[in-house]
Write a new protein. Structure first.
Length: 97
């Protein structure tokens, strides 16, 4: 088990599934707010965006551990990235100058 897994597992064990899964929503909401401030208001808040991205990644790691789905998630990420490459290649073909 990697160090981040140990820490995330410890958080799950300490505060419990319900509390940590609720925190996922809170952290995602905070990231949404910072992104909207940046896009809609032109706010220079890159440091806040970085912090919230880190928080969301940590919480998503806890989701994977909580439901024991890390391998399946990685497989879907790989599948979806490959599909995205196909879509990008198709876009490039259709939009050549």
């Amino acid at each position: 088990m990697k160090i981040d897994e140990k820490i995330c597992k410890r958080a799950l064990d300490t505060w419990g599934k319900t509390a940590q899964m609720s925190m996922v929503f809170e952290e995602m909401s905070e990231l949404q707010i910072e992104l909207l401030k940046n896009i809609n208001r032109g706010k220079d808040n890159i440091e806040k965006i970085i912090d919230e991205c880190a928080d969301v990644n940590i919480m998503l790691r806890q989701v994977e551990l909580c439901y024991d789905i890390s391998e399946e998630v990685q497989k879907r990420i790989d599948f979806k990235l490959n599909r995205l490459v196909g879509r990008l290649d198709e876009w490039d073909e259709n939009h050549k100058k």
